[in-house]
Design a protein around this ligand. Structure first.
Ligand SMILES: *[C@@H]1O[C@H](CO)[C@@H](O)[C@H](O)[C@H]1NC(C)=O
Ligand SMILES: *[C@@H]1O[C@H](CO)[C@@H](O)[C@H](O)[C@H]1NC(C)=O
Ligand SMILES: *[C@@H]1O[C@H](CO)[C@@H](O)[C@H](O)[C@H]1NC(C)=O
Length: 243
């Protein structure tokens, strides 16, 4: 920050404007590095806790300011670190919703018409000691997004959708359909430059695309730092039925 030391030249107005321009430039740079507009929530963590995931460099916060309902749980130690050394950190805890049919996270981002990439991640990890895999539904606002199902207690399920905001508030809701208690491990929102997707999809649909697939880890899949929108890119393979 040695550049910011004011010398007498800076007291004239040109110098002052130059200083402002310089500071503004620095601010933009810092924002670019700090994941501007990203909402990265580690669901079910301790109150008011934030950290940077070492693997992805993504800064997570816990979910207290996004939702008032539900209870915090940790996955069973059988599925957690150190027994599972490759476990992505955000998946070690979760928030479950034993009460109410519909529980929603309230995300404030962008304005009407903004495009968002929304990603929800789930790892059951026998958190309730019941060893029974739940099945439930996910909505963005009133739009059905996907059912959430698991093959086993260690499966990491990640769902992504690209959604057009209908206001500055986007609700992501978990809906109980009588097949077990809904829960969620991580929820992320990334703003997307509308011009990129407009050309591909037009701007009428509220849910432009969704896909469900299994990811082995959050590593090396071309996330944030490789891709400014932090999309998880994956090879399309119709044999895996993952579209
Ligand atoms: C989950 O584990 C962490 C770390 O061991 C602990 O601090 C926290 O209280 C646990 N949370 C719950 C809901 O049991
Ligand atoms: C991710 O990659 C880093 C560096 O290659 C490695 O140290 C880390 O253990 C990996 N994490 C997972 C979850 O695979
Ligand atoms: C759980 O399911 C996933 C996805 O099908 C699979 O890759 C993994 O091997 C399974 N794990 C166990 C312990 O069965």
């Amino acid at each position: 920050m040695a550049h910011l030391i004011l010398d007498p030249v800076m007291t004239n107005s040109t110098g002052f404007i130059l200083l402002l321009v310089f500071l503004f430039g620095v601010t933009i740079l810092v924002h670019a590095q700090q994941q501007t507009g990203f909402i990265s929530i580690d669901c079910g963590g301790p109150e008011n806790f934030e950290y940077t995931d070492e693997d992805t460099k993504i800064k997570y916060v816990t979910d207290g300011s996004y939702i008032q309902t539900g209870v915090n749980k940790n996955i069973s130690s059988d599925y957690a670190y150190p027994k599972n050394p490759n476990l992505p950190y955000p998946l070690s805890d979760l928030r479950s919703f034993p009460h109410g049919n519909r529980n929603c996270y309230r995300l404030i981002a962008g304005t009407k018409g903004s495009l968002h990439l929304i990603r929800a991640s789930f790892l059951y990890g026998n958190y309730d000691g019941e060893n029974k895999l739940p099945e439930f539904d996910l909505y963005v606002g009133v739009n059905f997004w996907s059912s959430v199902k698991f093959k086993n207690a260690s499966e990491q399920v990640a769902l992504e959708t690209i959604s057009m905001a209908t206001s500055e508030e986007t609700n992501v809701c978990l809906v109980n359909k009588g097949k077990g208690i809904p829960f969620i491990s991580a929820l992320e929102l990334r703003p997307i430059d509308n011009s990129i997707y407009k050309t591909e999809f037009g701007d009428s649909a509220s849910l432009l695309l969704f896909k469900r697939w299994d990811i082995g880890s959050f590593n090396g899949s071309g996330r944030y730092q490789d891709d400014v929108y932090d999309r998880i890119w994956f090879p399309l393979n119709p044999l895996h039925g993952n579209l």
